[in-house]
Design a protein around this ligand. Sequence first.
Ligand code: UT7
Length: 345
Amino acid sequence: MTTAQSHTPQGCKIPVGILGVGHFAPPEIVTNQDLAKFVDTTDEWILSRTGIKARRRAASHQATSDLAYEAAVQALHNAGVEPRDLDLIIVATMTPDCPMPSTSCLVQHRLGATRAGGFDLNIACSGFVYALITGSQFVASGTYRRVLVVGADVMTRFMNWQDRTTCVLFGDGAGAVVLGPVAPGYGLLGVHLGINGAGGTNLTINAGGSRLPSWSDNIQRQDYYLQMVGPEVFRFAVQVMGEAALKALHSANLTPEQVTLFIPHQANARIIEAARKRLGLPLDRVFSNVEHYGNTSCGSVPLALSEACQQDRIHDDDLVVLVGFGGGLSWGSAAIRWGGLLRES
Ligand code: UT7
């Protein structure tokens, strides 16, 4: 964590909070038993090493913007915000529909968010937390009042279905939040972002960019697939998850004892458990849905946040801590005081 910087938005004039959340996962469920039919694995191995029982797979006609759009519609509805009132749309994804146009433009067009600006943000599985913090700056500065932040990925398109060390881990999904001003003392209280490019080769998709364009000669099929040195990423994740949560909390003069719900990146139940112990949190203060979805990359944290809200696990005045980590290597965290919604004039 040598390159990390901690910041708190204390100097900001306008407190920024989450006005509504939503999520979407494609309906097709792929169980561990389904995978064991064509790759050398077992339900017992996957469950005991990762906590995953099933994941969702997008249909062949579905791309990331389709998942993002559905999650956005739900978040806007729950926030009571009309698409035309959006000022900005940020889509965090590492699996855009295509290199151009930006996924944010595709989502903006389908929503009819005619006044909004937008862009995509790619920092692998940490993307949603980065986009959340980026979007919050526009509201905090008074530049914009309504920002839609979506995290969405269709990871199954980038899996080598012969590689048991990766294909059992990932799934497809999306989550979204609408940001806006909230009452003083609420919203994003402390944040923390970090990257360490020295570890980047442990988690890669090598082809499809400017170094190995899709039309390159001698390109290996596996270069289009996600590749991971699992144990290295595991070691990194176990260290960074708890530390990142602590940095966001400390930057706002908060402590783990005050945390009501910890919502970490849903990559592996063992990583989540290590972070829970590091933070000294009881089991009921940690939210996990990794068993149902696997690792949905940028969808992971907002999908978990949205399900936690649906399950009535978050209430006004609660202190919620979000942590993302992933390729880069990268990580990000945010401590959020829930509630404080303002009556709009
Ligand atoms: O958002 C991206 C972040 N990514 C992550 O957070 C992933 C972090 N890494 C992990 O979660 C874990 O490293 C894995 C779940 C990927 C692997 O678990 P592990 O306990 O680190 O296992 P391992 O890689 O050390 O492999 C142990 C054994 C190996 O066999 P040998 O060499 O001991 O004979 C693997 O070949 O397990 C084997 N193995 C499998 N066996 C059955 C690996 N994958 C599988 C599999 N089914 N799917």
